[in-house]
Design a binder for this molecule. Structure first.
Ligand SMILES: NC(=O)c1ccc[n+]([C@@H]2O[C@H](COP(=O)([O-])OP(=O)(O)OC[C@H]3O[C@@H](n4cnc5c(N)ncnc54)[C@H](O)[C@@H]3O)[C@@H](O)[C@H]2O)c1
Length: 255
């Protein structure tokens, strides 16, 4: 794979899979615009990529919940590199964990303050929606582009406590991904959702069962994203692809 003269925006790019995607894309000679709210770590990671001297990286402090910041990230990609070939929406996560909520305090879903769920819905669903709206104008002009949404096995399973997470992820996996693909088809634009099961960006994910008896290495998820973006993946469109070690195929009782 070679992404010379291609540009990707990656959100959640200061850590985990958003970072790994940016690192891999640049290793394959592509340019990356790395968006995150964690400015300090983001700057450090951008520097590391540029020090390698392969693809070029630019960091943009961008809260995906803020449409003006999203547009500024899009504009930075265009002024710096001239195109947006891949938009990869990695920023996200389970709100109760990301916001470090003390779950002992709240016995059930209706007890959790609504602000927690607002955050989760905004980051996980509204963020990719905002980015789709912002980058599609550029992609329409180019007559090309790919948007990769990151769903989750949770979107297919639901959750009785942190309900915002499966709600938002299901929105990406089915509604948003198909809708963008439908709109994009007349402009040469594709949209694909990649939905992981447990991924070892955190050790705790090793406890989540799969048919294969293990969680994924982050690289396994990124390899799929890169394949979809590469010349070989061009016919993949409008689809949600589970990459979950068979968890979605497991009988409900053994999950
Ligand atoms: N790790 C898993 O097991 C797993 C499984 C299924 C799906 N996913 C999804 O994959 C994606 C990446 O997961 P990860 O484990 O690599 O993530 P991570 O927690 O390592 O990184 C998330 C990044 O998003 C950034 N971020 C948080 N809020 C933001 C905001 N408002 N605007 C911009 N950036 C923000 C954080 O600073 C962080 O750098 C997420 O969407 C997650 O829901 C993860």
């Amino acid at each position: 794979m070679d992404f010379t003269n291609k540009t990707a925006i990656s959100t959640g790019a200061a850590s985990g899979m958003g970072l790994l995607f940016a690192q891999n894309f640049a290793d394959l000679y592509g340019n990356v615009v790395m968006c995150d709210i964690n400015e300090e770590v983001l700057n450090e990671k951008v520097k590391e990529i540029n020090a390698k001297g392969k693809g070029k990286a630019v960091g943009v402090v961008c809260d995906v919940r803020d449409y003006n910041q999203v547009c500024a990230a899009r504009d930075k990609a265009v002024t710096e590199f001239g195109s947006i070939d891949v938009m990869a929406n990695f920023a996200g996560g389970y709100a109760l964990r990301m916001l470090k909520v003390d779950t002992q305090q709240y016995p059930e879903f209706p007890d959790v303050p609504i602000e927690v769920f607002d955050w989760g819905l905004d980051v996980n669903l509204k963020g990719p929606f905002y980015f789709a709206h912002a980058v599609l104008s550029q992609m329409r002009e180019q007559k090309s582009g790919l948007i990769i949404n990151i769903g989750s096995i949770s979107g297919a399973e639901g959750s009785s406590f942190g309900m915002e997470y499966p709600t938002a992820k299901a929105g990406l996996m089915y509604g948003l991904t198909k809708s963008i693909a439908q709109y994009g088809s007349k402009h040469g634009i594709r949209c694909v959702c990649v939905s992981p099961g447990p991924v070892l960006t955190r050790e705790a994910m090793a406890n989540m069962k799969t048919l294969m008896g293990r969680a994924a290495e982050p690289q396994e998820i990124i390899d799929l994203c890169l394949f979809i973006a590469s010349d070989k993946g061009q016919f993949i469109n409008g689809e949600n692809i589970m990459i979950d070690g068979g968890r979605n195929a497991a009988p409900r009782w053994c999950r």
